[in-house]
Design a protein around this ligand. Structure first.
Ligand code: ZN
Length: 246
């Protein structure tokens, strides 16, 4: 196991040194990357949560809930998932910069907020989709996240009356094959992998790393320990936005 660094300034220096030495970097990120931008993790119930919603977040964001209780689904979705005022943080911005320099080849993310693209990243594999894309289930007309936010109840298509579904992978739904393949290829061809803001316990995404990563160096940026810590060369146990402040 590599060394664990708690001090953010030191973590940033060590991370920069590893990136400078690498040929090809991939970043694999989770909710912690977004919480650093002030987006709440919808899986972490707040005090008011139980008064407001009938079921646990895993059910509220499930395909079953979407089908059987669409009003409740969209109440939860607007209240807990959509956070359209959030801005990219230093981690998003540095990753976009590293890609522009030709150092970073891909971002793989479990987040659905589109903040990597907002920061300027081009090659982003969104394992769980994006709130920024929404399609009518009947005619395929696309709608913005703002449009969905501003509708009431179940959003219905202005052209045909069909239900508009966010392009987000709900619980019980499978991941997109092209996205999975692209993510697997990126993992298989990098020499430095940085895993950030995720405890890597959400499957099937969590299985991707051990299955495909064959590079020489693994960095983990996460406040909590993860199952991959034993094989990491460097563990930055600090705020991820600060770890990328170099
Ligand atoms: Zn339609």
């Amino acid at each position: 196991m590599g060394k664990t660094i708690i001090d953010a300034t030191q973590a940033a220096a060590e991370l920069k040194a590893l990136i400078d030495d690498a040929q090809s970097v991939v970043f694999f990120g989770g909710a912690g990357v977004s919480t650093a931008s002030g987006i709440p993790d919808f899986r972490s119930p707040t005090g008011l949560y139980s008064q407001k919603f009938k079921w646990p977040p895993e059910y509220m964001l499930s395909h079953s809930c979407y089908v059987d209780h669409p009003e409740d689904f969209f109440d939860f979705y607007r209240d807990r998932v959509l956070a359209l005022d959030a801005k990219p943080n230093q981690a998003h911005l540095k990753l976009a910069e590293l890609e522009a320099q030709g150092k970073l080849t891909a971002v793989i993310t479990q987040n659905i907020d589109g903040l990597h693209q907002a920061a300027g990243s081009q090659n982003v594999f969104e394992l769980h989709g994006s709130v920024l894309r929404n399609y009518c289930e009947k005619c395929g007309t696309s709608y913005t996240a703002q449009w969905v936010r501003d509708t009431k109840g179940v959003p219905t298509c202005e052209k045909c009356g069909g239900r508009v579904k966010p392009d987000v992978v709900l619980y019980e739904e499978g991941l997109d094959n092209d996205v999975l393949t692209g993510a697997a290829m990126a993992l298989a061809t990098c020499d430095l992998l940085i895993i950030g803001g995720t405890s890597l316990v959400v499957y099937p995404a969590a299985a991707l790393v051990p299955q495909f990563f064959r590079g020489s160096t693994l960095v983990i940026c996460n406040l909590e320990p993860t199952p991959q810590d034993a094989s990491a060369d460097l563990i930055c146990a600090c705020d991820i936005a600060k770890a990328f402040d170099f």
